[in-house]
Design a protein around this ligand. Structure first.
Ligand SMILES: Cc1ncc(COP(=O)(O)O)c(C=O)c1O
Length: 367
């Protein structure tokens, strides 16, 4: 670990150590070209190779069929809140949305700029502590698509299975905070998008995996930069892309493959979850935010018995090199984010700290 500490940030987040070390070298000189990755033209031979390798590795990791385009855009996952309805939702038609937290709400807000939106399932009644499922889900008559946020970064909840959209509707998924944390059946989706800054690389680049037939023609006239098809046809370089982001994503994909692929990612994330949730379920000092059937293997949200103890938890944990656990203001308490690259040693250190903090303060909290 050396001079680095455990980084529980929700994003930008912890990256694999081997990737960072390789990037240090490639920033100076990539592939013996005498030029660093940050300085290469996005139209040159070196970057051609980088971009093609990144796409190929992405396809390999997730078994992405040829009927899907793989490309990247700028503007963060937030821009997809309006790119999606702009490209897919004709005026007078409806799109269905799962309202599972702030990021889902941001998407719901933008859809009416283009068509109608219908909330097909919501957990707003319980501050988004669960994923709506079963009979509580009610689709509109003939939606164009159903939008879900597979992992709710702020709340610490996660879909554990894909919802089944009504016939003729396709699934759109904001997978920003759990992409490639487990195997994924791409065939179930019309579009998957993910801001890179949690499981894939740096901020400022969004990965898109889109069914080619759906993006072939936007449903309305749009500025060029808003058209999915233009970015897909240009291999994500219609204009100058975040070249470093494309490079780093490729490095992370290589790391995922070397670690054993998505099955290995799932196994490792389940081991981390067993440690943290196993501990949380065994005690009554901390209160978890997420309902057990909906909890996330990426973001762990919990509170101490009082806001004062939450504050103390944060200052004491930082002193021990456990950084970035302040919860989002809408939930409070703590959020420990542990994406694919977060080391098991950090998970163990957190659980040990949680135990000792609870032991030290339990009597005071009850008094
Ligand atoms: C699930 C989810 N969607 C969207 C976003 C927004 O991403 P960006 O800041 O890249 O626009 C985030 C950011 O944390 C997120 O967690």
């Amino acid at each position: 670990m050396g001079d680095r500490i455990f980084n529980f940030s929700a994003g930008p987040a912890c990256l694999p150590e081997s990737v960072l070390k390789q990037a240090q070298k490639d920033i100076w000189d990539i592939a013996g070209s005498g030029i660093g990755i940050l300085e290469h033209s996005h139209r040159g031979k070196v970057f051609d190779k980088v971009t093609h390798e990144t796409e190929a590795l992405c396809r390999k990791i997730a078994g992405i069929p040829d009927e899907y385009a793989v490309f990247w855009m700028q503007g963060g996952a937030t821009s997809q809140c309006y790119f999606v309805p702009a490209n897919f939702l004709p005026a007078g038609r409806t799109a269905d949305y799962f309202e599972t937290g702030k990021w889902a709400q941001d998407s719901i807000k933008e859809a009416p700029l283009y068509g109608s939106s219908h909330v097909c399932g919501s957990s707003k009644d319980a501050n988004f502590s669960y994923i709506p499922m079963g009979e509580s889900v009610s689709y509109s008559d003939n939606p164009v698509y159903v939008h879900m946020t597979s992992n709710n970064t702020i709340m610490g909840t996660q879909f554990h299975a894909e919802p089944t959209p009504p016939k003729d509707a396709f699934l759109v998924c904001d997978a920003s905070s759990d992409i490639f944390s487990r195997p994924i059946d791409v065939n179930k989706y019309g579009l998957i998008y993910a801001g890179a800054q949690k499981n894939l690389g740096p901020s400022g680049i969004t990965l898109l995996i889109a069914r080619k037939d759906l993006i072939a023609e936007p449903v309305r006239e749009l500025p060029t930069m808003m058209q999915f098809t233009k970015h897909a046809d240009a291999e994500g370089r219609y204009n100058t892309p975040n070249t470093f982001g494309v490079y780093l994503m490729g490095q992370v994909f290589e790391w995922i493959i070397a670690e054993g692929g998505l099955n290995a990612m799932r196994e490792m994330n389940e081991q981390k979850a067993d440690l943290v949730y196993g501990f949380l379920d065994s005690q009554d000092f901390y209160t978890p935010h997420a309902r057990p059937d909906s909890r996330s293997n990426m973001n762990y949200t919990f509170k101490c018995p009082t806001p004062e103890l939450d504050k103390l938890f944060l200052t004491e944990s930082e002193k021990r090199g456990l950084d970035g656990m302040k919860g989002h203001r809408s939930v409070g308490g703590m959020r420990a984010s542990m994406y694919n690259a977060f080391p098991m040693a950090g998970v163990k250190a957190l659980v040990e700290f949680m135990k000792s903090f609870a032991h030290e303060h339990a009597a005071g909290a009850k008094a």
